[in-house]
Design a protein around this ligand. Sequence first.
Ligand code: SIN
Length: 515
Amino acid sequence: MPAQEMSDVLVVGSGIAGLAAALGAAREGSNVTLATKATRPEGASSWWAQGGIAVSRDDPEQFKADILAASDGTADPAAVDVLVENANEAVEDVLFDTLAVEFDQNGDGPDYTREAAHSEDRILHVDAATGKHIHVPFLNYLDAHESVEILDDTAALELIRHEGRIHGAMLESDGEVAPHYAGSVVLATGGIGELYGRTTNPDDATGDGIAMAALAGADVEDMEYVQFHPTVCIPDESRGDSTAGGVTADADGDVFLVSEAVRGEGGLLRNGGGERFMPDYHADAELAPRDVVARAVKAEREATGEVTLDVSPLDFAAEFPGLAERCADHGVDWESGIPVAPAEHFLCGGVAVDEYGRTTLDRLYAVGECSRTGVHGANRLASTSLLEGLVWGLRAGEDAAGRDVGRIDAPDLLDRDPDLPEKFARDKFHRLRRVMDEQLGVERDLDDLGRAMAVLRRLKGEVDAYVRTRTSRSLYELRHASVTALLVARHAAENDRSVGTHNLVTEPAEPPADD
Ligand code: SIN
């Protein structure tokens, strides 16, 4: 049973955005409950972030220009202004002054690095393991904060809603379900990696916040913009076992991210014939926007059998000791090139929010990857996700503070039978991932999307039938995944403009010419 059943602000999720929201609300004098499914820091995507956190330094306008260019002009300039104008102050305040994060230094101060599509060195980092060096001290800081209670291994199943206002959420812990009432709820549940066969996300990324918000009636936008990271190491292929394809692999499992910072420092992509190919695809070669590189890697893998990241131009072991060790642990001989493929990495869309993280429902906020601020448009610029989570998290937490807690009748989830047949969940997830991998991956065919939606709609119907009689965490995760997958498919089917991460291989049919 959750330890406390009422708080001023309930935050759901423990990545950087959720932690920043908790901090923002606590600083305003609110008591905060932070509920997270994670049982250890690695359960949040932020922990896995490698490259770093971009800041504006002394040129916010150039930072803005880079974000807009990477998004192919689809990012919302007003949202980007919020990000670039608040970046330096938020990082200074929280990461330097409050948490004393020890970013890598050179003789002149912080060792700013560069990643794809950045026009200057502006990324603060700690080796290529920045996420955990921020996340762990942040968690510890809040754990010791007298106004913040962290409930781990606790899942939010549904929002409590009455007449357009959110009053809290139904929380599940250790099989027990109970309402938690709050003046405001901040969703910070992260991404949707579990909807795909190959992802950089941790296991829990089932789109919970997006699905709960959408089911409660909040607007959701840009769901078709699913970003695939181009260089995810696939160790099985280097060991001659290429069966890893359709299985779930995650940040904890067999595949792992090889930061874009490696290309920023000189790493080169080579195809199965040993040829460097990126200059044929884009003037910026390996440092082209992420969507361009992901498509090129996919195409070259299909044409030549494999793609490897050649790290011989840099001192890999010295510059990226953590990654070199990870390769060794997975039996990858990085000196012969790291075998890479695209994998699902980040959802650019999500629950639609304004500049304070406010959704279209009263007292409901969304921050971080589950939200759609407009900063990323159709393709996110590298190392802006931690920053977006930090900036919007603080702003949302401050705004969410100080609201009255209203109690209404909680939804009746009590007729429960926790014994969800394991095979049911496994089979449904398997079907869901097959559709997402085949029809909603790096490339989409408009002609297939209607069929994808039909399969996903049927699947959601089967899951909903179970939800009417059972209440278990795994069933709700499956429900959230099926709702979120359907949203991705629907938004993709409704968008006939090929842009950024939404890459259409067939053009929409021309309307018949008038006689
Ligand atoms: C990376 O290190 O390549 C990932 C950075 C990001 O996703 O922003």
